[in-house]
Design a protein around this ligand. Sequence first.
Ligand code: ADP
Length: 177
Amino acid sequence: MRIGGSRIELVLGDITQQDTDAIVNAANLSLLGGGGVDGAIHRAGGPQILAECRRIGGCAAGDARITTGGLLKARHVIHAVGPIYRDGRSGEPELLASAYQRSLELASRFKLRSVAFPAISTGAYGYPAREAAEIALRTIAAYLREHPEIELVRVVLFSPRAYEIHADALRELQEAA
Ligand code: ADP
């Protein structure tokens, strides 16, 4: 999807392998690592990332922090904390949108031109994939309309099913535009 001179791209793949200026981690409140995306990023990026996370000391749900990319191709990791899904009426949509928004704000502040996101909160945190995809893509699209300095946002999906769900949601977003 093109938005002015910027674009949103969907790919099937592994977030740790992306060559964007930053990759986003689906982190938890402690920023001290975990399973899923978080574990994969710390394994691939080496101990420097965790050392910086320790110094930062944690992050609220709906917010984000930035560290080095360590050994990764990406020079930075943006650690975004999504909500744990309960019933969808406990502030989860707002917190999920905010996790994307705050990550993109950090990217702008650090003058990064390309960012790759995983599908935050849709693994261990249990967010229904379709709803999460709509929130993610809507929030990214709205941000890019106001911030042409970010040229590329890539959403990296780990399964063909997650990819299809995002492709459907992106198509609907484009039709509505
Ligand atoms: P959360 O705790 O925010 O739910 P998870 O890491 O458990 O985060 O999962 C988030 C999403 O990322 C899930 O859809 C999961 O399938 C996917 N995922 C897991 N590993 C990777 C990876 N290496 N690259 C991209 N996506 C991944």
